[in-house]
Design a protein around this ligand. Sequence first.
Ligand code: FES
Length: 101
Amino acid sequence: MSSKSESSQCVRVCQNTSCRKLGAKKVLAAFQTLPIAGVDVEESRCLGQCGNGPMVLVLPEQIWYCRVLPEEVDAIATRHLLGGQPISSMLYRKFHPEISS
Ligand code: FES
């Protein structure tokens, strides 16, 4: 069924040094320009995956995205947060090893 509900999800965008050097500030800003009902967007401290950023973590499902570009945020919002379908090709394989391509 539709995932559209008040169920609260949280998007954490790492804003620590390594991710910021890789553009995390713009990624955070892109999420903040797309307010989605029931989804909180938060800055995060280091998520422990430096060098693979900008890192984005979606809770409570614990879906990780790595090397996120600002222009990819719209797709995450539309397909994953609104549509309930994480984007396989963008997932962080270290934590999603089932993704093979
Ligand atoms: S700085 Fe983002 S994961 Fe460490």
